[in-house]
Ligand binder design. Structure first.
Ligand code: MN
Length: 346
């Protein structure tokens, strides 16, 4: 999906509190634009924590009745320098992009779009969808790969079922009780991503990579992480150095999304749907998009990227399928320089 804020902020509001070793990152409600548009609960980025590994954005939504929320209704819009990972719990989304991929995003399946130097895509919940419920995550690409050509991958993980736990590892590798589950999808930095379902009263022991930091997003039920309560819709953060975590469901079924990775040391600049390294890059990405979509003219003063950042037709964002709804215009840039996002020193 898109960050549809019509006035994206260069700094995010946040509040949070540590809770005996699990830092709690509170969600904030963000309307995705328009009078009937759906709302999301955003837990990344926020002021106190911009990234977990290379995971730099986490929007959690639903369950929404699409008759009331209007469902997902996001026409063509751009991304740069990141991957988008769509993970659904309920409903279906139709994806189309300018790299030539079309896909139906379904529950329990990873759909991973790599923007590289630039891509545009659209996402609409399908006609058959009555309830929409899921998450969209972004992953920052490292400097040496962030200008790669755009692409799209799909993976349907087989669940590990163990003592009342059902775990789908969609990126990276993780130990689940006595088993190890790995995703075949290549990552550009060391990462893990998984969905964890627990029956009421079930406990699962996860083996963690101690070089990773981790986040646990509680979607449903009542959960203890190493004995500490994680409130629903919060993202619980565990720093590096942990070799395991024990998750316990109380009286209801639990659903958790786990993200983790090696701390991402590069300083990134995020604005709207773009990830770059400098304010000037973001300005150039926005200009390329607005010119390629026909919203603005290019002037001789506009900066452009390296020739390798454009396709054979000279386009950063490629060619979208014809006869689709009109693209979203980019918001106006703020009058100040966009600030880089960095995590506090550990
Ligand atoms: Mn998007």
């Amino acid at each position: 999906m898109s960050n549809l804020d019509t006035r994206p902020e260069e700094e995010m509001l946040s509040s949070g509190a540590s809770c005996d070793g699990v830092e709690l990152l509170e969600p904030r409600d963000v309307p995705l634009g328009g009078p009937r548009a759906m709302n999301v609960r955003r837990t990344l980025p926020q002021r106190q924590r911009s990234l977990i590994g290379a995971w730099c954005f986490l929007d959690h939504y639903g369950p929404d009745n699409v008759k009331e929320s209007n469902g997902m209704n996001v026409p063509q819009h751009p991304h740069t320098g990141l991957q988008t990972a769509s993970w659904l719990f309920t409903g279906e989304i139709e994806h189309k992009d300018s790299a030539g991929f079309e896909a139906i995003v379904r529950p329990g399946e990873l759909n991973l779009m790599t923007a590289g130097h630039g891509i545009t895509h659209s996402e609409f919940s399908t006609q058959e969808t009555e309830i929409l419920h899921g998450a969209q995550l972004w992953i920052a690409l490292p400097d040496n790969e962030r200008q790669m050509p755009p692409t799209f991958e799909h993976f349907s993980p087989s669940p590990v079922i163990s003592h009342g736990a059902e775990v789908r590892v969609f990126l990276g590798s993780m130990g689940i009780n006595e088993e190890i589950s790995s995703s075949p999808v290549a990552t550009h930095t060391p990462l893990v991503g998984a969905e964890i379902l627990l029956a009421p009263g079930a406990t699962v022991c996860l083996t963690l990579d101690p070089s990773f930091e981790h986040g646990f997003l509680l979607d449903a039920g009542q959960l203890l992480v190493d004995g500490h309560t994680l409130p629903k819709d919060f993202l619980g953060y565990l720093p590096t150095g942990r070799t395991s975590a024990v998750l316990t469901a109380k009286n209801e079924p639990v659903r958790v999304l786990l993200i983790g990775g090696e701390p991402f040391e590069e300083q990134i600049v995020m604005w709207w749907n773009f990830v770059g390294r400098t304010h000037e890059e973001i300005v150039a990405y926005r200009k390329d998009y607005m010119v390629e979509m026909g919203f603005e003219e290019r002037s001789s003063e506009d900066a452009v990227g390296d020739p390798s950042e454009y396709d054979d037709a000279g386009l950063r964002f490629g060619t979208f399928p014809p006869n689709e709804p009109a693209p979203l215009p980019a918001p106006t840039l703020p009058n100040i320089r966009i600030k880089p996002r960095v995590n506090p020193a550990p």
